[in-house]
Design a binder for this molecule. Sequence first.
Ligand SMILES: Nc1ncnc2c1ncn2[C@@H]1O[C@H](COP(=O)(O)OP(=O)(O)O)[C@@H](O)[C@H]1O
Ligand SMILES: [Mg+2]
Length: 243
Amino acid sequence: MRAMFEIRGLSKRFGGLQAVKAVDFDLAEGEVVGLLGPNGSGKTTVMNLISGVFPANGGSIRLGGRRLDGLPAHRIAKEGVSRTFQLVRLAPSLSVRQNVLLSLSFGARPVSGREAERRADEALSRVGLEGVGDARVPDLNYIDQKRVELARAVATRPRLLLLDEWLAGLNPTELRAAIALVGSLRDDGATILLVEHIMEAVRALCPRSIVMRAGEKIADGPTAEVLNDRRVVEAYLGGAAHV
Ligand SMILES: Nc1ncnc2c1ncn2[C@@H]1O[C@H](COP(=O)(O)OP(=O)(O)O)[C@@H](O)[C@H]1O
Ligand SMILES: [Mg+2]
């Protein structure tokens, strides 16, 4: 059987830097997989390639058997890929609901009018922001801004959700709430690729993890095993202070 999502030989060069080197992996429908690695190892670049922020130099990306590589970002969104960014990117002058409506107009099946407003409010309550639709983004605290970003990503009912350090910067109480929220998306059957440095979150949410070092995939398997893998431990010791 073919995997729901499949990456083969994915490569990206920035000038003289090979940021992603022939990376392969599959995701099954409903899987929540951690994408780990020290700073600069190429995780965000993989997310950017999947979502079409920029084109790959080589390799293929398939969702449900359809090629995504080579498509522009808005077409990839229509194919069912949604993402959050490492830094929150919301339109500050718009209301919370308008921010979610914006993403709905780019989704797989664009909706408008009352139906779109209903879907936006449904997404907002899904992430714990019931009744907050009329607020302005700058008036929200940090975790609620992150919730808006997640609402934008889930409102389109994506087939694949990419979370890039969505849990970063939260205090311990907020972190627990945020882990529970992502866990509830998983329980609803979401397929998620999760870039994350917070190992408590990775252990709680990801039965399986993939680890990158200097653009290469160096491990892929059950999270507990991967985190004990000698190459992974060395990558972190030699790379960054995280973990
Ligand atoms: N748009 C870009 N232009 C040039 N270099 C980039 C760009 N994006 C990432 N890089 C470089 O690619 C490497 C991988 O970066 P990145 O994917 O952001 O790593 P990670 O998310 O794992 O910390 C780094 O050396 C980074 O400086
Ligand atoms: Mg990154």
